[in-house]
Design a protein around this ligand. Structure first.
Ligand code: NAD
Length: 263
């Protein structure tokens, strides 16, 4: 059976998960592998990357783990060089890393603002800058950036740098798509809505009295009555990165159970 990423290499930044279970990046890395891709699983936490690698190999797939902080240009360049030496090409660049940085416009420090901008926005500029020359040489490539519904909606959480960085990420995606449209390279973004991932148990739970209250309130906010999962994001990402989406570029797609179209 031919699978849609057979012979292709997917590079996933933020391929681990901050806790047990399935985060958006971990699910995406495994989904690319299930669809035939060789996966470079890259994460600031090498144990988290290697856990994803173990799952992929356990299912008969091919993957290698690398440690890298996406805010550091030299680390990104070094990993991309290694991936090319090992696997020879890069067909998919998946940018998953993102952090909320809780704090109001008055309480958020300048350092927290800068860090959120570096992690959520500058990182994508840096990974694209490192990978695009290879995609240009290949005459083909697909970039998938993980944004958030917070790019286009006030979600109720106090995280001004998150709103601003994700909004900018949407437009960065469009600008890369147009810059490279005639070179066979596509760039799209996904805006997850309320997702039930390990990430919320770390980054969002502090906004509620308990984890149970967080789950109940986030479920209630969703038109479907329930949060989505990392697999909802992974399946959309695999579609966008595949040839089935060859005429889709510069788009920002909400995977949010209808959240952003409700009044
Ligand atoms: N879960 C949600 O409800 C939700 C909603 C909207 C958007 N998102 C977006 O989804 C993405 C994260 O999803 P996830 O479930 O995989 O989260 P996650 O927090 O589990 O992150 C995945 C991995 O990123 C790694 N990471 C963190 N900082 C890094 C850095 N500087 N360099 C390299 N790796 C780093 C972590 O170690 C982790 O293994 C983010 O972009 C986030 O903004 C999530």
């Amino acid at each position: 059976m031919t699978r849609r990423f057979d012979g292709r290499v997917a590079v996933v930044f933020g391929a681990g998960s901050v806790g047990p279970g399935w985060g958006n990046g971990k699910a995406a890395a495994v989904q690319y592998a299930r669809d035939g891709a060789t996966v470079a699983a890259i994460d600031i936490a090498i144990d988290a990357a290697n856990e994803t690698v173990g799952i992929i190999r356990g299912e008969g797939g091919t993957a290698e783990g690398w440690a890298c902080d996406v805010t550091k240009r030299d680390q990104i360049v070094s990993v991309v060089t290694d991936v090319l030496a090992r696997f020879g090409r890069i067909d998919v660049l998946h940018n998953n890393v993102g952090l909320p940085a809780m704090g109001t416009t008055e309480t958020l420090t300048e350092g927290e603002w800068d860090h959120a901008m570096d992690v959520n926005l500058k990182s994508v500029f840096l990974t694209c800058q490192a990978v695009l020359p290879t995609m240009v040489k290949q005459g083909k490539g697909a970039i998938v950036n993980i944004s958030s519904v917070a790019a286009v909606r006030y979600t109720g959480y106090p995280y001004p740098a998150y709103y601003a960085s994700k909004a900018a990420l949407n437009h960065l995606t469009a600008s890369i798509a147009l810059e490279y449209a005639r070179k066979g390279i596509r760039a799209n973004a996904i805006m997850p809505g309320m997702m039930h991932t390990p990430h919320i148990g770390k980054a969002i739970v502090g906004q509620y009295a308990s984890e149970a209250e967080m789950v109940e309130k986030r479920n209630a906010l969703c038109p479907t009555g329930r949060m989505g999962t990392g697999w909802d994001i992974a399946k959309c990402a695999a579609f966008l990165a595949s040839d089935e989406a060859e005429y889709i570029t510069g788009q920002v797609i909400a995977v949010d159970g209808g959240l952003t179209v409700r009044c």
